[in-house]
Every structure is written in C-alpha cells, then in structure tokens.
Design a protein around this ligand. Sequence first.
Ligand code: SAM
Length: 231
Amino acid sequence: MIIDVITIFPKMFSPVIKESIIKRAQNKGLVKINIHNLRDYSSCPHKKVDAPSYGGGGMVFRMEPLSAALEAILKYKIYPKRNKDSTKRIILLSPKGKTLNQKVIKKFLNYERLIILAPRYEEVDERVKGYLIEEEISIGDYVLSGGELPAMVFIDCLVRLIPGVVSCKESIKKESFENNLLDFPHYTRPRDFRGLKVPKVLLSGNHKKIEEWRRKKSLEITKKRRPDLLE
Ligand code: SAM
C-alpha cells in the first residue's frame, strides 16, 4: 500500500513514521509513506496556500495548490473530469467527517493507494469536496488545531492491520472491537506485587480455562463500559 500525506507541516510526521511498527512496515516493503509539503505546489511567490474565508472568518486552504498537489501525486488531471480509479482514495481529515472506528479503518485496507489531506486553519475551500476529496474522516467529536495528528492516528491504526505488519496475527484478532468486544485484562511479572496478585487461572497452564476466563472478562468489561457494542 502507498500512503501520501499532504500537509504544511511535513516535519511533524517524522517522529511517528520513522519509529516502531510503522517504520518496520516500511522497511519490510509492506507500506510506503510519502509526506508532501503543500507549499511546494503553491504558485505564490511566498508559497502561501491559504486565503481569508469569504464572508469573514479565518483562513482557508485554497483549491489551486491542493489540486496541483493531488494531480502531481496521481499523475493525471482530476478536475473537471476525473478518472474512475477504485484502487485509490482521496481522504480529508475533518471534524465534520465520518467518525473513525475499527470497522471504518478496515475498509481502507482494500485500496492500493490512499492520499490524505491534513489541513489547518478553518479547513479547505468547500468546492474540493465532491471534486477532489472522496471521503471525510473525523477522529472524534473534538477539534484539533490541524489535520496532522488525525492523519497520524489514521495511518497508525491502518498500518498495523496490513497483513504481515504485526507479527502475532492472533493478538490482533483478540484486540478491543474485534467481535464487538473490549479486550480482556492482561497481567505480567511479578505474580505478587505487594499483595496484588495475578488471577490464579492465568498461572494454571490450563489453556481452555484461560480462554474461558478471558472471554468472560471481555464480556464483563464490554457490558460495563461499552454496552452499545453488544447491541
Ligand atoms: N473549522 C473547522 C470546524 O469547525 O469544523 C475546524 C478546523 S480545525 C481548527 C483545523 C483542521 O484540523 C481541520 O481542517 C481538520 O483537518 C483537523 N481536525 C481538527 N479536528 C479534527 C477531528 N476531530 N478529526 C479530524 N480532523 C480534525
């Protein structure tokens, strides 16, 4: 899979994409992540990419640099007539978008290439929607200062689902939200920390009993904290 991000703060991405699981996924050739600086596509002398909102308000990302960046990445014209290409998806991070969850993120595994637009300020000229942008994604009902962190959240939860990225496939299958359940509790050494003991069943070596206990705990936690998942 190829992931392209369009941003005015490309440096913000390095600490995340050059560490840990995402770094290993790139090294294994399972994903390629390209970070593009939107300012490189501005035709203004000062590389400006925004302008004031008509009617008053803050600054808005302009269409020209956005379409120039998208067309340079895709290597074809996308406006006014766009190629139908079901292998690619152009995504805008926005508080007004569809809320991201595990089901939503899994759908993006079906694409070969994702182009993610991470704006700032008031957002983008509304006219990009429907022409340049194919999907709007929100990471929750709150407003951040920019789309960079949402883009990193999106990339992180997507990349770990690409087959081969996480070495233990089984652990992914048992994570929260799989089968509409939250994860069971985990314990590690020592067995007794100042009187706080690990449940005996986990030390029993009886795998059937351990599985039963974990399933019971998953159900208990889900019922208590997220009954909506069980409906
Ligand atoms: N004027 C916008 C509104 O009220 O909906 C808020 C713009 S916000 C200050 C700047 C950028 O941060 C947005 O364009 C978006 O890319 C990103 N952003 C902020 N909150 C977000 C969220 N919950 N999910 C996804 N992106 C978000």
